[in-house]
Ligand binder design. Structure first.
Ligand code: ZN
Length: 377
């Protein structure tokens, strides 16, 4: 018996492929069908079977019903600055993981913005403007976040600094999401908004790299930037890197430490010095190398040496805490987003069922999430 054909809308299928960053060849490969069969679906001359449609829906992360829409949705404005993985510079299109995470972050931002508007006492974050240099801007941002480098130095681990910085940004109104993408995907992205600016970081990075990504993305937000990965602007990327390194390794503090350690210039084979500084400031090796170069204490050969040295091994760790649903949600969503959703729920602007849906928890977990947020001061 021939398989039942599903009359999907070819325009919607074409749109969904583009949105997901999947080529027709990749779709054919994923479904183990010939390329010209996919061409037939895209031209409308042929249609997929029920099983094939399920495969398409799974790959493109859409419900099967989506492909029967009468017309393709209007393409959403991407409006995000993407940070490429190390060593992958230049134009490239977004991967399907990136597109999916970007879409999900935009959805959270939209919900958070709505919740923000429904709660009277909300005040928008007062992000500082960029100053004349990354150095001066880092100083301004430290003041804004009331960041004390001594806390960084005395923190128990690199992961503790990542957590401290994330909380600090969230307390100042930035929505910080941890997203799941593989190591080849971008390290993070940012979506500017005056009320709910968003930073997303790739959870596959080790803690010191996450800290750097948070700051780098913050650098983009300070410029209200709406750049898209794939249109590389090296000068802008470099600015954000310099800003992040200046924030984590303030000039005076670092130079005093180098004097104390009797370190003058750092040569490309001095990886131990890099490790020592990275350990003290809970920064990544590359961040230390960049900062030493900026301060005239090293040249680019150090950066290359660090980049080619074995990767920093560092455990992220969750502090041994059981990974219950509320713990996972706070890790993924941070605190700003659930706090806004709960505030709208408490005001009666949002039904309980919607609050649970937006936070992806059941009733019991919602209560637990609320308790945890109260404790996360
Ligand atoms: Zn960037």
């Amino acid at each position: 018996m021939p398989a039942i054909k599903q009359p999907v809308n070819p325009a919607v299928l074409t749109w969904a492929l583009q949105e997901a960053g999947v080529t027709r060849g990749e779709l054919a490969l994923a479904l183990s069908v010939p390329d010209d069969l996919v061409d037939g679906w895209l031209s409308g001359e042929d249609a997929p079977s029920t099983t094939q449609l399920r495969g398409i829906a799974k790959l493109l992360r859409r419900p099967t019903s989506f492909f029967f829409l009468p017309r393709a949705p209007q393409r959403p404005a991407v409006g995000a600055a993407f940070r490429s993985p190390w060593g992958k510079k230049g134009a490239r299109s977004l991967t399907s993981d990136e597109v999916a995470e970007l879409r999900s972050a935009q959805r959270r931002q939209k919900i958070a913005k709505w919740a923000f508007g429904s709660v009277e006492e909300s005040t928008p974050p007062s992000l500082p403007n960029r100053a004349s240099s990354p150095e001066k801007t880092a100083h301004e941002v430290q003041r804004w976040l009331q960041w004390d480098v001594r806390c960084q130095v005395s923190a128990s681990s690199k992961g503790a600094v990542t957590k401290l910085l994330r909380r600090s940004l969230e307390d100042h109104g930035v929505l910080v999401l941890q997203v799941s993408m593989d190591e080849d995907a971008c390290r993070g992205f940012s979506i500017y908004d005056a009320q709910v600016p968003v930073i997303a970081f790739n959870g596959s990075q080790f803690p010191a790299a996450r800290t750097f990504t948070l700051l780098h993305e913050l650098g983009h937000l300070l410029a209200h930037e709406q750049a898209v990965c794939g249109s590389p602007e090296p000068a802008e990327e470099r600015w954000c890197d310099k800003f992040a390194a200046a924030f984590l390794l303030p000039e005076e503090h670092l130079l005093a430490y180098l004097t104390y350690k009797r370190v003058g210039r750092v040569e490309s084979d001095d990886i131990d010095i890099v490790r020592l500084i990275a350990q003290r400031y809970k920064a990544s090796f590359l961040c230390v190398a960049l900062r030493l170069i900026d301060l005239g204490r090293a040249d680019w050969s150090l950066y290359e040496a660090v980049r080619n040295s074995p990767l920093e091994i560092e455990k992220g760790g969750f502090g041994g805490e059981p990974q219950t649903t509320p713990v996972r949600r706070i890790r993924e969503y941070g605190t700003t987003y659930p706090r806004l959703v709960l505030a709208a729920r408490d005001k009666g602007s949002l039904a309980d069922i919607d609050a649970r849906k937006y936070l992806n928890v059941d009733g019991k977990n919602l209560a637990d999430l609320r308790r945890r947020l109260m404790e996360e001061v």
